[in-house]
Design a protein around this ligand. Structure first.
Ligand code: ACO
Length: 335
């Protein structure tokens, strides 16, 4: 029987520049009141110019390795989930591997936008069906400040820069990842998109002039589908495992808008006391929202051994899903 896989440790890191809603009032036609009322965001952190995804990720990864009592050489794989890689290629996973000096691993980047981290956990756990794989790092990192149009008030107020990491390792039976449910729906592909810079529309003077190298979105559509998608994905893992919302100790949702989180929680009939929310301080950090919210919930003592958690997300693509886990049971290298 395959030994189950769980999260042994977590880490986080954010851009060094605090940007409050009041700071944004100075650059676009917005107000602190509008942003707080419509999104729940009060502040976010942006990087200084020149900081790439790998720079943001390394401190988060090193902290997580430290908590797990591991060194970079212990890693068998690094999965980086991001829509803002250092470069289109090579993979940011390779940059991170080189920066931390991990000598024994492979790795790759995974593109699933806001759902990247939960897809990464499922893929990482799958890789570990190979008994030779002992530790996999899932690195959710995005430097959204580099792809948002700072003249577009509808998008630039939403996003922050951050990295969140989980170290996957083997855990006792009954613990770790119990189930995953993931779906994609390309019908929503144009609702949240960076139109230029890919093979379909390579960057040119014309695409830059048209500001197509920035995030474009149909906010209302994304809003509606995000509530439905996360609620449906949570219900799927609950039903498949004969669980009810009362059995879940903590839901860690993607942090796009506090009204999306409230809407999904309401549909699931899960009280907000059992939902991890950190959007107020960080905005939407795309791939980093779930691992950082999980990390902060752990720091606040809200995650105990034996707790049942659901991680759930919805993002560009559309991509969405949920991961059901039982926290704890680390084997500390005993398997
Ligand atoms: N400040 C002030 N006014 C604003 C701002 C702003 N920053 N942004 C938009 N407005 C205005 C609009 O122009 C509009 O004005 P109008 O009525 O004169 O035309 C008015 O506010 C209402 O706009 P709506 O788009 O209807 O506002 P809504 O309440 O729907 O909120 C928002 C917009 C926050 C974008 C919401 O739709 C949303 O969160 N959607 C999800 C998008 C998202 O999260 N994308 C990120 C990635 S996807 C993901 O992570 C799931």
């Amino acid at each position: 029987m395959t030994v189950p896989v769980g999260i042994l440790a977590t880490g986080q890191n954010f851009g060094e520049r605090l940007v409050t809603n009041h700071d944004l009032e100075a650059i676009v036609d917005t107000t602190d009141d509008w942003i707080v009322q419509r999104t729940g965001i009060r502040q976010r952190y942006w990087v200084e110019e020149g900081t790439g995804a790998s720079d943001l990720a390394v401190p988060a990864l090193m902290a997580a390795l430290d908590e797990a009592g591991l060194t970079p050489d212990d890693l068998d794989a690094i999965i980086v989930t991001t829509v803002t890689p250092d470069t289109m290629f090579p993979a940011t996973a390779c940059r991170i591997q080189q920066k931390i000096g991990a000598a024994n691993c492979y790795g790759f980047d995974l593109s699933a936008a806001c759902s990247g981290f939960i897809y990464g956990v499922t893929v990482g756990a799958g890789l570990m069906s190979d008994p030779a794989m002992r530790y996999v790092a899932v690195v959710g990192v995005d430097v959204m400040s580099t792809i948002i149009d700072k003249t577009d008030r509808a998008t630039c107020v939403l996003f922050g820069d951050g990295a969140g990491v989980a170290i996957l390792g083997r855990v006792e039976p009954g613990y770790g990842v119990l189930d995953s449910y993931h779906r994609i729906n390309g019908q929503g592909g144009d609702d949240l998109i960076m139109p230029a810079g890919g093979s379909k529309l390579p960057t040119s003077a014309a695409t830059v002039a048209a500001r197509q190298h920035y995030v474009h979105q149909n906010g209302g559509e994304v809003f509606k589908h995000a509530i439905e998608g996360m609620a449906d994905a949570c219900r799927a893992v609950l039903n498949r495992n004969d669980l009810t919302p009362e059995d879940i100790d903590l839901v860690v949702p993607h942090q796009a808008n506090v009204r999306i989180i409230n809407g999904a929680a309401q549909r699931l009939q899960i009280p907000l006391e059992r939902v991890a929310i950190n959007i107020e301080n960080h905005g939407n950090t795309t791939s980093a929202t779930i691992p950082s919210a999980l990390h902060q919930a752990r720091q606040a003592g809200r995650v105990k051994d034996g707790d049942k958690l659901i991680l759930t997300s919805f993002g560009a693509g559309y991509t969405y899903g949920s991961v059901l886990m039982q926290w704890g049971g680390a084997l500390n290298g005993r398997a």
